[in-house]
Design a protein around this ligand. Structure first.
Ligand code: CMX
Length: 133
């Protein structure tokens, strides 16, 4: 289950309205979508850079994953998302290879993707997400 490319890089921010103009200017491209993902307690904003997206994440709840991350570590890179053919299959293969999963099957995530996470404890400290269409 080899990833085809880096689907997106997730960046935790305190405030989307303040961060979007900065990234639009840095990347030279407009934010193409703002979307709230209620079960993840986040609002997201997307930019396309080549084939890879940048996803800004603002928490909607201090107890959500982004709320806790920003409280503990401040703004910054939160996760790396790899594009795979089938994210549930990729999760199962990762588990068979001894990795610790956050999600055992994929679920609906932002930008219409099926997503699932590996735990950073088993991936050298990086939160890894599998994404498939
Ligand atoms: N990258 C690397 N390590 C991380 C991390 C991250 N993004 N977030 C937390 N950790 C580490 C912490 O530093 C901590 O390590 P230590 O025990 O060494 O201190 C450990 O993981 C536990 O962290 P915590 O603050 O106690 O947080 P939780 O255990 O409650 O949750 C995690 C951590 C990763 C399991 C949780 O954030 C999660 O389930 N994430 C997946 C879902 C998610 O991130 N959703 C938001 C994005 C949604 C989207 O992309 O649309």
């Amino acid at each position: 289950m080899q990833p085809t490319h880096i689907e997106h890089i997730g960046i935790a921010v305190k405030n989307l309205n303040e961060s979007i103009p900065f990234y639009e200017s840095l990347l030279g491209t407009p934010c193409y979508k703002i979307e709230e993902i209620k079960d993840q307690k986040v609002k997201t904003a997307f930019f396309l850079v080549g084939k890879t997206k940048i996803e800004l994440l603002e928490t909607t709840d201090p107890e959500g994953p982004i709320g806790k991350f920003v409280e503990k570590k401040g703004e910054g890179i939160h996760h790396l998302a790899l594009a795979v053919e089938n994210s549930s299959d990729a999760l199962q293969l990762a588990e068979r290879n001894g990795l610790l999963l956050i999600d055992s099957v994929s679920r609906k995530g932002a930008d219409g993707m099926n997503i699932g996470f590996l735990h950073p404890k088993s991936t050298h400290g990086v939160l890894i997400e599998f994404c498939s269409k």
